[in-house]
Design a protein around this ligand. Structure first.
Ligand code: FES
Ligand code: FES
Length: 199
């Protein structure tokens, strides 16, 4: 019976892998051609990561792998064995939202919310990249890339240019990233919200 099962598994082309997702190890029997995005959504049930274009063009599927942002639609699940994968579901600590999640709420950084998990994961990676001194295509002085508290709107727009928002919530998204970076007041959009809350 055992041999028959193994034979069937072989004939179906599936292989056994273990993925570390949000600190939990998931065992999967999976075809090698399955993307990480489909594995997350269809096999594991983590549907927070969204499928937009499925072609690496919109950023809706962005997750963190070893702390770096990755389009999960362009990555095969079997390539991620042994790596730390974090999805939008893994950012909060219990009831405590990640500071980037809270900043998106504070600054109205979304409308329909479809792009938001990808935007938030990309923003978390963005802040980490800035902390590590990474320059962007619009950084003026490559010898002195911006610090977190110096992040301009232009820098954030460029660094998030791989994440599209069809609702056009970009002003709020930029303000949210600035707030999470410790810039106050973050932007005109966020300032209006702060003023409304204080009124
Ligand atoms: S769904 Fe992956 S980039 Fe659009
Ligand atoms: S909030 Fe709707 S696509 Fe971005």
């Amino acid at each position: 019976m055992q041999n028959t099962q193994n034979l069937n598994r072989s004939q179906s082309g599936e292989i056994n892998i273990r993925l570390n997702i949000n600190g939990n190890v998931q065992s999967l029997s999976i075809e090698p051609r399955v993307t990480l995005l489909d594995a997350l959504r269809e096999l594991i049930g983590l549907v927070g990561t969204k499928k937009g274009c499925d072609h690496g063009q919109c950023g809706a599927c962005t997750v963190l792998i070893e702390g770096q942002r990755v389009y999960s639609c362009l990555s095969l699940a079997i390539m991620q064995e042994g790596k730390q994968i974090v999805t939008i579901e893994g950012l909060a600590q219990g009831d405590q939202l990640h500071c980037v999640q809270a900043a998106f709420i504070d600054n109205d950084g979304f409308q329909c919310g479809y792009c938001t998990p990808g935007q938030i994961c990309a923003s978390v990676a963005l802040l980490s990249e800035v902390s590590q001194g990474c320059a962007s295509a619009v950084t003026q002085d490559l010898e002195r890339p911006p610090q977190l508290t110096e992040l301009s709107e232009g820098e954030i727009q460029e660094r998030l240019s791989g994440n599209l928002c069809r609702c056009g919530a970009y002003n709020g998204i930029v303000a949210a990233v600035q707030q999470a970076a410790g810039i106050h007041p973050p932007s005109p959009a966020a300032t209006i919200l702060v003023q409304e809350k204080m009124a």
